[in-house]
Design a protein around this ligand. Structure first.
Ligand code: OOG
Length: 238
């Protein structure tokens, strides 16, 4: 039997001490269902510290990400208010951060708004390497996220995305990379949350998943992600 609480504690200490740990399945293999229990235990610990769940993130919804990380199934993780990045991000608390361009959704009472976004990933595992259950247990590598201005729904089947670091283009892609249309990812998130008994309330945020591979996030850098017709979102690191 996998010790759920002990696994959650290992991952939490890794984040707190800013030190990567060997992936959990190195010592004991576990399945996807157990992995989500570990993820839930980690989120429950955050909630006990006063963090609030404000939405969910989808992972591996694009081939670019599946290929980059060597896994082949869609996963999801939880977003808390402490992960929200306003305009600057201090990297001293992160192990080996990466950044990727996202499409973000804001759920309303009977509809949604959309924005361009970014996600900062920081695997708690050594060398950013893991199996599917490992990364699920590690809350899908979630570390932080931000989004630009919210827009009314529109055709999202082919929105061009550009990610720049210090004015240099580091990734370009299309929202089509996200399950063909990021709205599919939104629907999957709503269904997963409902099936888990934690339905997404109005005001929740959904990150649909990266359209491109993630890139290392350097210190003292200026990151900008632009989505055609959606404006842009920026973050400065230090
Ligand atoms: C896992 C998270 C994947 C995405 O957008 O596909 C993800 C990772 O790559 O470390 O967030």
């Amino acid at each position: 039997m996998t010790d759920i609480a002990a696994c959650a504690e290992v991952l939490e200490s890794a984040a707190r001490d800013v030190r990567a740990v060997p992936k959990l399945t190195d010592s004991e293999p576990f399945d996807v269902a157990t992995a989500y229990e570990i993820q839930r235990a980690g989120i429950a610990r955050r909630e006990r510290r006063g963090e609030r769940r404000i939405g969910v993130k989808m992972g591996f919804t694009s081939r670019a990400k599946m290929i980059q990380m060597g896994v082949d199934d869609v996963i999801w993780g939880q977003l808390t208010d402490a992960m929200l990045i306003e305009s600057t991000l201090d990297l001293s608390g992160l192990i080996h951060p990466r950044v990727e361009p996202e499409i973000a959704f804001l759920l309303g009472r009977d509809g949604f708004k959309v924005a361009v976004g970014f996600e900062v990933l920081d695997s708690r595992y050594e060398d950013f390497r893991f199996t599917l259950p490992d990364v699920i247990a590690d809350n899908a590598s979630a570390a932080g996220f931000g989004f630009g201005a919210w827009h009314e729904p529109r055709d999202l089947s082919n929105v061009g995305l550009v990610m720049e670091i210090d004015g240099r283009t580091v990734q370009t892609g299309s929202s089509a990379a996200i399950l063909g249309d990021p709205v599919r990812s939104l629907r999957a998130a709503v269904r997963l949350a409902r099936d888990a008994g934690t339905p997404l309330e109005p005001g929740s945020i959904v990150l649909a998943g990266a359209a491109t591979a993630a890139v290392p996030l350097p210190k003292d850098a200026h990151v900008r992600v632009t989505g055609a017709g959606l404006g842009s979102v920026e973050v400065t690191t230090r």
